[in-house]
Design a protein around this ligand. Sequence first.
Ligand SMILES: Cc1ncc(C[n+]2csc(CCOP(=O)(O)OP(=O)(O)O)c2C)c(N)n1
Ligand SMILES: [Mg+2]
Length: 894
Amino acid sequence: MNKESKDKQKRIEEEEIESQEWLDSLDYVIDAGGVERAAKLIKKLQIHAQKRGARLHFTANTPYINTIPVEKQPPYPGDPQIEWTIRSLIRWNAMAMVVRANRLEEGIGGHISTFASAAALYEVAFNHFLRGRNESHEGDIVYFQGHASPGIYARAYLEGRLTIENLQNFRRDLQQEGGLTSYPHPWLMPNFWQFPTVSMGLSPIMAIYQARFNRYLEDRGLKKPSDAKVWTFLGDGETDEPETLGAITLASRENLDNLIFVVNCNLQRLDGPVRGNGKIIQELESIFRGAGWNVIKVIWGSNWDPLLSKDKDGILVKRMTEALDGDYQKYSVASGEYIRNHFFGTDPRLQDMVKNLSDTELQKLRRGGHDPEKIYPAFKAAVENIGSPTVILAKTIKGYGLGEAGEGRNITHQQKKLNEEELKLFKKRFDIPISDEDISRAPFYKPPDDSKEIKYLKERRHELGGYLPKREVICDPIKAPPEKLFEEFYKGSGKREVATTMAIVRMLAKLLKDKNIGRLIVPIVPDEARTFGMEALFRQVGIYSHVGQLYEPVDAETLLYYKEAIDGQILEEGITEAGSMSSFIAAGTAYATHGINTIPFFIYYSMFGFQRIGDLIWAAGDMRCKGFMIGGTAGRTTLAGEGLQHQDGHSHLLAYPIPNLKAYDPAFAYEIAVIIQDGIRRMYVEQEDLFYYITVMNETYKQPPMPQGVKEGILKGMYKFRDSQNKEAKLHAQLFGSGTILNEVLKAQEVLGDKYGVAADVWSVTSYKELYRDGLEKERWNMLHPSEIRRVPYITECVKNSPGVFVAASDYVMALPDSISQWLPRPLVSLGTDGFGRSASRKALRDFFEVDWRYIILAVLASLTWEKKIEPKIVEKAILDLDINPSKANPMIS
Ligand SMILES: Cc1ncc(C[n+]2csc(CCOP(=O)(O)OP(=O)(O)O)c2C)c(N)n1
Ligand SMILES: [Mg+2]
């Protein structure tokens, strides 16, 4: 040995002695002062070390074993044998449902392996935890993992809530007897599913805000305090979605101990392992612990307990912790011999530990998420936990029970077909009483009603308050706010210049004071209240905070100080449109979830709505959510200086596809008043399943009084706002304007009359979407009823006696007016704001996007030449007179 290696050896020996001395000292402290004293000491050491410059690596991880030790496990309260049989039958029927659907119709799809991995998690929950809603308890709220739906249907079949025909029609919604939707969809199964969860990541964020909203309802006295929980079942792959983890700190910050996440960690997603080279459970543990959640790991099944109890020097735990998820996935499909050599073979002491276990026994070592004895204590601890939300990380095998047909394989997520041999093995493994002759049909199996299994299952649900999932609307209609409340807006603003944003905020303030519905209004803002001039509401109704206001606000002396209160009404969400939309959904569906008619007003920067959180808006539609989404600072040229990423010229187009959403781009305060008043009536008095998107702007102008007889037109999408004053003119035009661009249209009307001899009528188009859908509806009816009197689209009816050319201008893309042009008697020229926005003054922007009064005049004159009513020379002169540059770049692509 040379000198260098001798020195190294010496150092190692010294370090070992030193470490041992420290450990002995710590042992002494533990023996003399207890573990708490030791923990304090370690904390002190940590601080001291940090002060001296030692950078300690932060880890929020605990060893890779169950959080609840075997000694702390409560006894299992149910009958394990009966529960196993029930679970097995549900597994079978869930699998059969998918297999049969694909026999009937190749490619219809369905998932077997998600539920196969989660069956025990769901069944322990169904038999012992999830409470149904009834007169004496409001019931728990459960978000079921979308791909596990076959298992949820299979259980409802045993419960007698679904029929064989229903199961046969899984994924065939259009069957006469009624199908079962692929995934949870309240729109299609409004008496069954409550929450659409299959767009991954949405259910966790919606659940967090739902749990918070439940607290809000309690703190505001709208619902009785309750120990009800919000349970969310999700996949480990699903945690990659930003929405899944993006709001978890809200849950801990708000101490939401009414919230429980159950992450089914089968270590696989669709294509392969979630973290082949790492460990998803450990990764999630550190994330959730770091965020302040109570984390409970359920990793190992009971048959690991004897091995762990032998593991005095921690080598087994060390090996468990160092093996990767990729390894564990391999063990789930490998032979006992492979497990012995590969997992236990790394250390002779480990090998020794399992020398008395056969290869088959090694193969059967179970994962915690398949073992009710381990799941039950975790759920119980979650339910009893106080002061923080809980996440249960349960380790399972994807496709559990499918054997060669998919268990643990990378292809398992897509597996929908089992051959006869595979069906036989499945049946044998789960002891399903079906004969070998019948097996190839994959028949459903339900024991007789008086069997001990069915009795047990029903009894358990009875005990827990009823069946789940169930969507039930028990909610009386509200008393509509009085007409009086809106009258001020019908009168106009006189000489005062007012923006529509100011008008809606004032309307909101008045609604909040209404004695019938004031309490039910839920204003929601993502850190944007001052942008919209809503700060007066801070003081009027307060900002909701579960703990009230623990500090003296910096602006306490001012009239409109930042007031937080336990019974505050505003949900000030901070900068999260996704979170705010989740609150909107919770409030807008409370009529079904809680039987409470809360009316959300979500006021946000329009640009950060549809294109950013469109998927949540789609989910809101599916959920039959109600309420008003108010897109503030809307319009591509109305918001002046903010530029390309703020100016919204397309949300109205993005609003088109959402079937139950009404979208309005009003110009005047009275239009908004009519829309809101009617919206409240339709959603909360008539109880229609609708919601609204209304854009408001920050450009101030005089709000005119409401002309006579226009209410219906406002709601249907258009009405004549002003006839031409030039009765002598030979030339005619019909001008459509929306939002603040209506003011440009009115100016164009004047100039056209005065200077160009064109009599132009002005129409306020409040909703192209309404006009478009009405047109489609009429066309469809006409196509299906060829011999009957043709129905005429509303827009056609409106303009049937209106002479001249048609020009439309809005602050949105041209596709909106273009969508209705087919129902006009003559061609339409659309002006709009296609292209990227710019920071500039409104005037410059409207010139750039070619939507100001000059371009409206140009469009009218150009149309008149195309109609051969005037000479092109007149247009050329107008271009000069109006100072329009014909060679300017096209805003659409510049
Ligand atoms: C937003 C979104 N993206 C993609 C999909 C398609 N998809 C369905 S299931 C799945 C894998 C699910 O993996 P995991 O969350 O681990 O669930 P498991 O089935 O393993 O329980 C994917 C990618 C989806 N449903 N939603
Ligand atoms: Mg998974």
